[in-house]
Design a protein around this ligand. Structure first.
Ligand SMILES: *Cc1c(COP(=O)(O)O)cnc(C)c1O
Length: 372
């Protein structure tokens, strides 16, 4: 069996920063969903992205759920949600018994189309919130989307689970909307094995999210509850991993960008290949280098060829409006997301890849074109 190349796997620092913070949690016996690592991780991540407040949670999905609650989304409310994304973006809308309306992407950004969003506002003026996603570390067209949400006075939530470290016109994604969320799942650009963060400049909202995340305990000596709560707080052990990972985030971004540049240089001449769009206002973290194929080689052929050599790749997300579980909900768009799904492939973008690994992948892909 040839050596495995992963799509995107956990990559702890060479310096062992993560272990030091985790050791500190052990040494002080703060093996709980609170402690100095939780507080430190919140503060350090907020500083990194340039926002006032952050709340460390058990997952990115939990962060989206609490952002929706903070936005006041409840039963029967309409929420516009980017269709081309991972299901975790949309599921929390249904947890709250609200109604997702799925919005198409555009080719320029692969993310929410401002035109489709505008059309959706005309169709559903009563909408309560919008969830935009920054897929694969590419930022959405934020000026246009923020302006539309302001114009309609609707809360904007940024799902920046895949885009930590990405900037739009020099400012970090996740800090443009009323709420931003990040994920530290095992495959993300930095990981805590599992975890998430809700960020906002609204201090009250972040305080409230910590309250909900710890079972909504009212201030009383006994256990008193006047709201439904959740067990969503991040563990102090896990937060230690996050603090260490944050120290190498810039290195990870640089490596992901180098991977993108390598593939682009080696493969962009191949007939029918197009790389994910990088606009001049966008400095993406290049979480996964993704391409579309509109020629003789199909995504399945390419993914099969890599799999035979023990190399992981995968299709672009299947849009939510095409998912059986969401088929009863409305969709606004022109099937750009569907085409990206049908033609797209995410190439291995693991920051542990060596130059030789990258050459190995490029050689297999180029080989496909030589044989047609
Ligand atoms: C990973 C991811 C999430 C969910 O984050 P978890 O921490 O796994 O719950 C949400 N949205 C997108 C776009 C993601 O890629």
């Amino acid at each position: 069996m040839k050596e495995k190349i992963w799509l995107s796997s956990p990559h702890m620092s060479d310096e062992g920063y993560e272990k030091e913070y985790v050791q500190e949690a052990f040494d002080t016996n703060w093996i709980a969903p609170l402690g100095t690592n939780v507080n430190g991780f919140e503060k350090e991540l907020a500083e990194y992205v340039g926002i006032d407040h952050a709340s460390a949670l058990s997952s990115g999905t939990a962060a989206i759920h609490l952002a929706l609650k903070a936005a006041g989304v409840g039963q029967g409310d309409i929420v516009f949600c980017q269709s081309l994304t991972f299901s975790a973006t949309a599921n929390p809308i249904v947890y709250e018994k609200a109604i997702p309306v799925f919005i198409d992407s555009d080719e320029e950004t692969w993310n929410m189309s401002p035109e489709a969003l505008e059309e959706a506002f005309r169709k559903y003026p009563e909408v309560k919130a919008v969830i935009v996603v920054h897929l694969y570390g590419l930022s959405a067209d934020l000026d246009a989307i923020v302006a539309l949400c302001k114009k309609h006075n609707v809360v904007l939530i940024e799902d920046a689970a895949e885009s930590l470290g990405t900037t739009y016109k020099g400012k970090q994604t996740g800090t443009f909307g009323d709420y931003g969320i990040f994920s530290f799942n095992g495959n993300k650009i930095i990981t805590t094995s599992g975890g998430g963060m809700l960020v906002s400049n609204d201090e009250e909202a972040i305080k409230k999210s910590r309250f909900w995340a710890t079972q909504s305990r009212d201030q009383a000596r006994h256990y008193q509850h006047s709201e439904i709560g959740y067990n969503y707080r991040m563990s102090n052990v896990v937060a230690g991993i996050g603090r260490g990972q944050l120290k190498v985030l810039d290195q990870r971004v640089a490596k992901k960008q180098a991977i993108y540049n390598f593939y682009k240089q080696e493969l962009s001449h191949l007939e029918g290949i197009q790389f994910m769009p990088i606009n001049d206002w966008n400095n993406p973290n290049c979480w996964l280098t993704s391409i579309t194929l509109n020629g003789k080689i199909t995504p399945t052929q390419l993914m099969d060829a890599l799999e035979e050599e023990n190399i992981e790749s995968r299709p672009v997300w299947k849009p939510m409006h095409m998912q059986p579980v969401f088929e009863q909900y409305d969709y606004v768009g022109t099937n750009v997301g569907q085409t990206l799904f049908e033609t797209g492939v995410c190439l291995p973008s693991d920051t542990k890849m060596t130059e030789a690994d990258l050459e190995r992948v490029a050689k297999i892909i180029k080989g496909l074109w030589e044989n047609v």
